[in-house]
Design a protein around this ligand. Structure first.
Ligand code: GLY
Length: 411
């Protein structure tokens, strides 16, 4: 840590909100993580693994927001086909999953349905050509697939789809299983995850030369040396204040994180019996397998504030999209549909870095790539918060105070 750990995380007045953890008013934590989605849970696990005491505050239930709604694609090339720090972060995180997933599965004894067969892109020749060029430039593997190879992998593919691209390094994992496993890992490590704690404001403080932060909600308050804001789409709703020179000496309002909700709708079919276990993408939708054969189809993108209901238009868009790929699926029953709120940022890049003073950090705004970027975010955020200069350098492109960038090459 920047500052000596003072073990002064304390809480007043919120015992009725707690869903787990000790019922005493002192937790002795160094770091408060705000948000128990995959990013907050992964950060808490990494901090705990490196010897920091941590508590996690969650407004709803752990893993219940975008982390629940997601499909679990680990797809840097398909999502970010452009050289730069964002692609590097996504690729690094995809590579980290190769050990992160088996480690987490072994630690918890829980199956995560981590699949490395790849992703097949089926699209217009111009789009395939763009991804071929991007993969070549980025040093990512790809393989051209003709119609007979495509249908051997994916029986039932629409007859007009004659060529595709296999991207073997675009993996997938069961995001819901990962969140459950992260919760189990935190429980083993003595980290309390407290549900029903909606954070209203965070104030950076300074006691002499020692920075800290106070986190407040309705009728309760915690204090710790560091706070990590990992509240997903709700991050922008939390007021931040930087108290200069200690409480009572005046405060400067810091910018809240510029994160907004971006709705994504999904639906699910029962088992399909394709030999190919990986994901399928097109311009209109993606289809992601689950252990046991189930198929998730996603996802719409629209902005409706914090309204996370599915809509007839959104579901129609998904049904039309999957019908263009697999016409026979239209006659199958849809077993479930849901939607979630992605944490969008003005330039589509995550906010990972210091927010207010030296004690409040952001790990949010991962938009379409929260599942993919969880190991990378946890790794570098933890080291940067500890004062590691390489980590701080690594996170510079993602500082919440940056200027915006322009859109991606193949979008
Ligand atoms: N990661 C894909 C999506 O957000 O729809």
């Amino acid at each position: 840590m920047d500052s000596p750990a003072r073990h002064r995380a304390s809480r007043q007045g919120a015992s009725s909100l707690r869903t787990s953890g000790p019922r005493t008013s002192r937790h002795g934590a160094d770091v408060i993580v705000v948000g128990a989605g995959i990013i907050g849970l992964a950060c808490a696990r990494e901090l705990a693994a490196r010897g920091h005491s941590v508590i996690v505050l969650e407004r709803s239930r752990p893993g219940n927001g975008a982390s629940y709604a997601a499909a679990g694609m680990l797809a840097p090339l398909a999502e970010v086909p452009e050289a730069g720090p964002f692609f590097d972060a996504c690729r690094d995180s995809r590579d980290q999953w190769c050990t992160y997933a088996p480690d987490l599965a072994e630690e918890t004894g829980m199956a995560l349905d981590y699949d490395t067969e790849g992703t097949i892109l089926v699209d217009d020749p111009a789009v395939l050509s763009c991804f071929r060029a991007a993969a070549t430039a980025l040093g990512e593997a790809f393989e051209d697939l003709d119609r007979s190879t495509l249908t051997a992998h994916l029986p039932g593919l629409a007859p007009e789809l004659e060529s595709g691209l296999l991207m073997p390094a675009e993996h997938r994992i069961d995001n819901r299983a990962v969140c459950r496993a992260l919760e189990a890992s935190l429980a083993r490590r003595g980290v309390s995850v407290l549900g029903g704690c909606a954070v209203r404001d965070i104030r950076a403080t300074q006691h002499g030369s020692v920075p800290g932060a106070v986190v407040e909600g309705d009728g309760w308050r915690y204090e710790a040396d560091h706070v990590v804001v990992a509240a997903g789409a709700w991050s922008g709703e939390i007021a931040l204040a930087d108290l200069v020179g200690g409480e009572g000496n005046g405060s400067a309002e810091a910018q809240p994180t510029r994160v907004r909700p971006v709705r994504g709708e999904m639906l699910a079919y029962g088992a399909v019996s394709w030999p190919f276990q990986g994901s399928v993408r097109s311009a209109h939708c993606y289809a992601v397998r689950r252990a046991g054969g189930g198929l998730l189809v996603g996802a719409t993108v629209d902005e409706a504030g914090f309204d996370d209901r599915t809509t007839p238009q959104g579901q129609r868009e998904l049904l039309d999209g999957i019908a263009r790929l697999f016409p026979a699926l239209v006659d199958k029953p849809v077993l479930a549909s849901w939607s979630g709120l992605r944490p969008g940022t003005p330039d589509g890049l995550p906010h990972v870095g210091p927010l207010a003073g030296r004690s409040v950090w952001a790990a949010t705004g991962h938009y379409r790539n929260g599942i993919l970027l969880a190991p990378w975010t946890a790794h570098w955020l933890t080291r940067a918060l500890e004062g590691d200069l390489e980590a701080r350098q690594m996170l510079m492109p993602f500082t919440p105070e940056r200027a915006s960038r322009t859109s991606l090459a193949c979008s």
